[in-house]
Design a protein around this ligand. Structure first.
Ligand SMILES: [Zn+2]
Length: 1032
């Protein structure tokens, strides 16, 4: 397998002489002003000024949509102000249309502001702390009476608003143009009343974490150097008081004054507030450093110079100017990039730019691609690179005159000048061996050992493929899919099939020497499905019967991957292996595994070995697969431990997915598996990818998390990347950033399309920079932050004990919040917990993260399940981690049958359940229908067609489709969620107080963890105590 001619191709690897490669591009540029070459105001990017808009030229399909002028304001770009100040006032009056929504909430009927007031009084809280430079907050009464009158009407057309500390995520009830920065406060009395909720290590026993062995209170103050994730994590901080909050006995004790759970920040409330604020709005990306709506909000994106948040999200949209500031606040600077994110039907797909043989235009020095951040000068003959400041000649074919604003007159005709995201057609320089790639292939590799035959799985797969292969993904506009298909069956030997269209019958070729894997046929193995349909159907009909009498229970695994890889090499193509596998590969062959599960390692220094794959064969295979563009998807059907950590090693480095169906049974798991398979086969996907993240001077990408492979420190290699996979990129400073010019990020992904075209997909994003930490905290995005923390912590447990990792997580949470308190909030009583508005629910997520299976040291959890979750999260985007860490809990018993909107989710806590209720809970991987003991019989009748709850069968996993409105409504809610999520979910139906309810309860993440870990309330108190220590 030759990589020659590929690695050395110009796009990614050609270091410029004297530039020292990537880093060399930084800070070395000529000291010319980046923007404002014509004396005009600095322009981050060139959205059209109002009244100057060109009428859209209606010609080629490569035209960007005309910009929406109402969302533009030149000042907005310059000062990085938040769009809300300039945008049109909300068209939906909150008080009218949204009011009924709140009636479903746990705190019925109260508008948010009043709720807050009540909460605060219940907690003996003072007013929230006034912010710096602000007038006192409005009287409570006025807030209560006019809870939603917060957007000042006259701001339209008054761009020069005082730079008040507004936060784009301010919830309506907490914001007003002159109000203090919203903070949550927890005042003295309740805290005092709680005594010491964390009086040192929790008592051992059910529900608590293992005793930490540390004293109740370490030396005051934190060590200055908190552990940072990244390349490696610092060890546990000595002297940290019982760093991970366990189950505090104090709360259960009789003298406790119970805190009102409604008084602490609620994720469901934050989600609803954001929906009210941004739902259904058009989000224009023309403003630098603009914080997008939450991932949970439905909004429509209009690309006006920055990549859609569907493609790129950031932990903060205002970077601190200096490394010192970044260090001080401990807020990780990262971007979560999902290059192939699905776009909704009402957003246009990416435009493809074709510069013919010349290929895309790139900066000579840093190799950044032509984008809206290139500033044309010299009458259009040159352009200055926004990333490295290098001044480049404009190639003759690309020359265009500038208008009096200094903008090219073809601005709107060229996506690469006016849009945040677009594609370039890649030239041969960007192809392996300077040859255009072949279309990718999908190989279906079915384990036909005894278990899979007996369970009926083999027949199920073969039957499904007959219809599924009709739906292979195809390039937009293409009549038929270009993807080729091939078939292999195996147990401890492999069977290849010749399904050439000319054959009357498929031919089988057996390879029993698994040590030296080769593909016994070239012609006829990878075929076009439509051409060979008859032979393929013939084969799929025969396979289940061919092995019906097989008693072979041993399997091989690495040779199976090797076989697929060799087939791709022989065909000179990339592609995906779909492997349907049942058991640990114990047959004598490369990659043979043995049972190394050892629960005694849990909560020891050696626990990390459970997450470390076996070295050797699989590691080597991963590298070879990535080099060939061979993605591996693994569908596992284990009945016991299979060393998933090792078996998933190749999938998790090749952009693949791992699906696990333990103790697979046709009746209960068949449909679940098929839904996953269908989604997976039809996903939009790119192959043989290599991604590079470039930044403007002053900072750079230093670390990458994802289902990826890194051969060096800058090139992210992706055998494949599909619409659900995201790479989380961490940034570090290497110089000072400028408030004026801001910071730029360009992600360039070179890949092969499903029809075999080589393309470059470009995503650009511009961020603000500030020397004020308050700007950073205002521009934080909690969902992105938690994605970063999840991935970095899940990587860290490969090398460090869980306990240290959890300690570092708490430590970092406390540092982030303490820094805000110290630098951004106004002085207030130490007993008050003050949280930045944009991060006010961060502690819920963090606490939930620490209670996830990989981070919880419990012998009750399966090692394979823990490994599975760990690896799944590494490739997740922000939507998926958000949902995983805060499941949706939806009440269904009082659903409004006439409404199209599903019921509002409730907080994930037992307190929100009702004995007479029915609730749906889902987190993207699990789905439960929980039925209270006192569920009314008519409800049971409507949903299950049974007279009472007692008649319900224990193993039921699907709802009958009954002819009544409630059944239809519930069915549509369930199906809607299954449709929306990347993975299918098996529906678990659990009755209150039945044993399986335990499984359900571990997803009530605001409560004490089933396998250890604090409740949200306790965690908040614990963090508060840590913050107070840091501040003294
Ligand atoms: Zn450059």
């Amino acid at each position: 397998m030759s990589q020659q001619g590929y690695v050395a191709a110009p796009p990614y690897s050609q270091a410029q002489p004297g530039m020292g490669g990537y880093q060399g591009g930084f800070g070395a540029g000529p000291a010319q002003p980046l923007y404002g070459h014509y004396g005009g105001p600095p322009q981050a990017f060139n959205a059209p000024p109002t009244g100057m808009m060109k009428s859209p030229v209606s010609s080629a399909a490569g035209m960007p949509p005309p910009p929406v002028s109402t969302h533009y304001n030149p000042n907005a770009q310059q000062n990085g102000a938040h769009p809300q100040r300039f945008a049109a006032p909300p068209t939906v009056p909150y008080s009218q249309s949204q009011h009924p929504l709140y009636n479903n909430m746990a705190s019925p009927g109260l508008p948010p502001a009043q709720q807050l007031t009540n909460q605060m009084s219940a907690m003996n809280l003072g007013n929230y702390a006034p912010g710096p430079m602000q007038s006192p907050p409005p009287p409570t009464s006025s807030v209560t009476q006019q809870p939603f009158q917060t957007s000042p009407p006259p701001v339209m057309g008054q761009p020069q608003m005082p730079p008040g500390p507004q936060s784009p995520h301010m919830s309506p009830q907490m914001s007003s143009p002159l109000s203090p920065p919203p903070t949550m406060t927890m005042a003295g009395p309740p805290m005092g009343g709680m005594g010491s909720p964390f009086p040192g290590p929790p008592p051992p026993g059910p529900g608590g974490f293992q005793p930490s062995g540390l004293g109740p209170a370490g030396p005051p103050g934190f060590p200055q150097q908190a552990g940072q994730f990244g390349g490696h994590m610092a060890g546990p901080q000595p002297g940290m008081p019982g760093a991970f909050p366990g189950a505090p006995a104090a709360l259960a004790g009789p003298p406790q004054k119970k805190l009102d759970p409604d008084s602490i920040p609620s994720i469901t409330q934050v989600i609803e507030d954001d929906k009210v604020k941004h739902g259904d709005e058009i989000y224009s990306t023309n403003i630098r450093g603009q914080v997008p709506p939450l991932v949970t909000t439905d909004f429509r994106v209009q690309d006006q110079g920055n990549a859609s948040p569907r493609f790129m999200r950031c932990t903060t949209y205002s970077l601190p100017c200096t490394a010192d500031l970044a260090k001080q606040c401990h807020v990780p600077l990262a971007s979560i990039i999902k290059p192939f994110a699905n776009l909704p039907a009402n957003e246009s797909p990416l435009y493809v730019v074709n510069h013919g043989e010349s290929g895309p235009i790139r900066c000579n020095r840093c190799k950044a691609y032509m984008c809206p951040y290139m500033q044309f000068t010299d009458g259009g003959r040159r352009y200055q690179c926004g990333f490295c400041n290098c001044v480049n000649e404009v190639p003759a074919f690309y020359f265009q005159h500038l208008d009096h604003m200094g903008r090219r007159v073809d601005f709107y005709e060229r996506p690469e000048l006016s849009l945040g995201s677009y594609e370039f057609v890649a030239t041969l320089d960007y192809c392996k061996n300077n040859k255009p790639p072949n279309p990718p292939a999908y190989i279906f590799m079915i384990d036909v050992s005894y278990n899979n035959i007996k369970s009926g799985l083999v027949r199920l797969i073969c039957d499904e493929l007959k219809t599924l292969l009709e739906k292979l993904p195809r390039e937009e506009g293409a009549e038929t899919p270009a993807i080729k298909v091939g078939f292999v069956t195996y147990n401890k030997i492999l069977h290849f099939y010749n399904v050439k269209s000319a054959l009357a019958q498929p031919q089988m070729m057996v390879v029993s020497d698994t040590a030296e894997m080769f593909v016994p046929l070239l012609d006829g193995f990878l075929v076009n499905y439509q051409d060979s349909k008859a032979v393929i159907h013939n084969l799929l009909n025969q396979i289940p019967d061919m092995f019906a009498d097989s008693n072979e229970s041993e399997t091989v695994f690495a040779p199976v991957i090797q076989a697929g890889l060799e087939a791709f090499k022989a065909a000179e193509c990339s592609g995906k292996l779909f492997i349907f596998h049942s058991s640990m590969p114990t047959a004598e062959a490369p990659g043979k595994l043995k049972n190394r599960d050892d629960k005694k390692l849990v909560n020891t220094e050696k626990e990390k070995t459970l997450f470390q794959p076996q070295k050797g064969v699989y590691e080597q295979l991963s590298k070879e697969c990535v080099a060939q563009g061979c993605c591996v998807d693994l569908f596992l059907f284990p009945s016991q431990y299979v060393d998933l950590t090792t078996m998933a090693d190749v999938p998790s480095h090749t952009g693949g997915s791992v699906y696990k169906y333990s103790n697979f049974q046709m009746e209960t798991d068949g449909e679940h598996f098929l839904r996953d398979l269908r989604k997976d086969v039809q996903k939009s996907i790119g192959f043989d990818g290599i991604m590079r993240v470039r930044t403007s001077t002053g900072f750079r990408a230093t670390d990458f998390f994802g289902a990826i492979h890194m051969n060096n420190t800058t090139d992210v290699e992706m055998a494949a990347v599909d619409c659900d996979k995201a790479v989380t990129v961490e940034f570090k400073h290497d110089d000072t950033l400028s408030e004026e010019t801001g910071a730029l990020v360009q992600c360039a992904l070179l890949y092969t399309t499903i029809s075999g075209h080589r393309r470059l997909r470009i995503h650009n994003l511009s961020l603000n920079c500030s020397s004020q930490l308050s700007e950073l905290y205002k521009s934080c995005e909690t969902d992105s932050l938690i994605n970063f923390f999840a991935k970095s912590a899940y990587r860290a447990i490969l090398n460090q004990p869980l306990k240290s990792v959890r300690e570092i997580l708490v430590n970092q949470t406390a540092h982030m919040l303490a820094c805000y308190r110290k630098n951004c909030a106004s002085p207030s009583a130490a007993s008050q917990l003050i949280l930045p508005d944009a991060m006010k629910v961060f502690p819920v997520y963090m606490n939930s993260l620490m209670k996830t299976a990989p981070l919880v040291g419990s012998t009750e959890l399966s090692t394979d399940d823990r490994a599975h979750q760990r690896l799944s999260v590494m490739g997740m985007g922000v939507e998926d981690t958000q949902l995983l860490l805060y499941p949706r809990l939806i009440p269904l018993h009082n659903v409004d049958l006439n409404s199209d909107t599903p019921p509002l989710p409730l907080r994930c806590s037992e307190e929100r359940l009702a004995d007479s209720g029915m609730f749906l809970l889902e987190n993207g991987h699990f789905m439960f229908l929980w039925l209270g003991q006192a569920c009314p019989p008519d409800l049971i009748q409507s949903i299950f067609n049974l007279p009472s709850l007692a008649h319900l069968q224990g193993n039921m996993c699907a709802l009958p489709e009954l002819d009544n409105p409630l059944s239809r409504k519930v069915g549509s809610i369930v199906n809607g969620l299954l449709e929306k999520r990347p993975n299918s979910m098996k529906l678990h139906i659990v009755r209150q107080k039945d044993k399986p309810e335990m499984l359900f309860r571990q997803f009530l993440v605001e409560d004490k963890g089933l396998h250890g870990g604090a409740s949200y309330m306790d965690f908040l108190c614990y963090v508060h105590r840590e913050i107070r220590q840091l501040l003294t």
